[in-house]
Design a protein around this ligand. Structure first.
Ligand code: ADP
Ligand code: MG
Length: 268
């Protein structure tokens, strides 16, 4: 069964969407069947893989609120054969309000996504910068969570609140939920501050921090404007290589077997 991983941090601009798009694309490039779920009304992950959110008819919103079959809204990305998208659009903003009165309102995304776990190796959920009901839904649907932390001033600010929310969800809604890892992003080797944040995170969280650190890399910030992940924009860039390393680290950590296609090719 596939693994569902939410990428969450209520702080904006820490690299959630960049991580979701490029981790999903790297897993797909390694031949793992991957679904990228856009759970942010800003729909940056949707446009980041080449779809205009204005053209989206049905989003994860319709799945959660109107009970539309998740299977029916999945789109192929047309850029990587193993990468599919569950898109978002601006109406997701209204979902939080409309869901308030639904029974099991925290479990709507889980109900939509869990049946899909059979047909994917990985499902990556890009969360919005809030700890509202949609993010609670994502953390309830997920097996694990990646927490991106920007190597900047106040990097750890708000992390306590997020970890506390995760604890509450673990005790009430999703006992399986694990922390996949804390991911340091936008690292600049020349900045003492960046190095201090790395030290601080490794000291506080030890084995929870991924070995892979994502550098600040202009190719990563350029690629969304082309509607493609960095691996298709510049595969040799530091950004592309680091997200591939993250994908490999996650595959190894979860002892996921190589896809049959890959094995077959190796044997040839
Ligand atoms: P979030 O989804 O947490 O709000 P984003 O992934 O959208 O954060 O990143 C915020 C901004 O920083 C975007 O403009 C993005 O292109 C840029 N960015 C993210 N990660 C990097 C990186 N490693 N190097 C350079 N720019 C980055
Ligand atoms: Mg985002």
């Amino acid at each position: 069964m596939g693994k569902i991983i939410a990428v969450a941090n209520q702080k904006g601009g820490v690299g959630k969407t960049t991580t979701s798009i490029n981790l999903a694309a790297s897993l797909a490039a390694l031949d793992y069947r991957t679904l990228l779920v856009d759970a942010d009304p800003q729909a940056n992950a949707t446009s980041g893989v080449g779809y205009d959110p204005k053209d989206i008819q049905n989003s994860i919103y319709e799945c959660m609120v109107d009970g539309i079959n998740a299977q029916d809204i999945i789109l192929p990305t047309n850029i990587l054969p193993h990468l599919d998208l569950m898109p978002s659009h601006i109406d997701l903003v209204g979902a939080e309000v409309e869901m308030i009165n639904l029974p099991n309102r925290e479990e709507k995304m889980k109900e939509a996504l869990r049946p899909l776990a059979e047909q994917y190796d990985f499902i990556i959920i890009d969360c919005s910068p809030s700890l509202g009901l949609i993010t609670v839904n994502a953390l309830t649907a997920a097996h694990s969570v990646i927490i991106p932390v920007q190597c900047e001033y106040f990097a750890l600010e708000g992390l306590g609140k997020l970890l506390n929310t995760i604890k509450i969800i673990q005790s009430r809604l999703n006992t399986e939920l694990e922390i996949e890892g804390i991911l340091l992003t936008m690292y600049d080797v020349r900045l003492r501050l960046s190095n201090q944040v790395v030290e601080e995170v490794r000291m506080h969280f030890q084995q929870l921090a991924f070995d892979t650190i994502i550098p600040r890399n202009v190719k990563l910030s350029e690629s969304p404007s082309f509607g493609i992940p960095v691996i298709l924009h510049d595969a040799e860039s530091k950004g592309s290589i680091s997200y591939l390393n993250l994908a490999r680290e996650i595959v190894e950590k979860n002892s996921v077997e190589a896809r049959p296609e890959e094995t077959a090719e190796d044997e040839r």
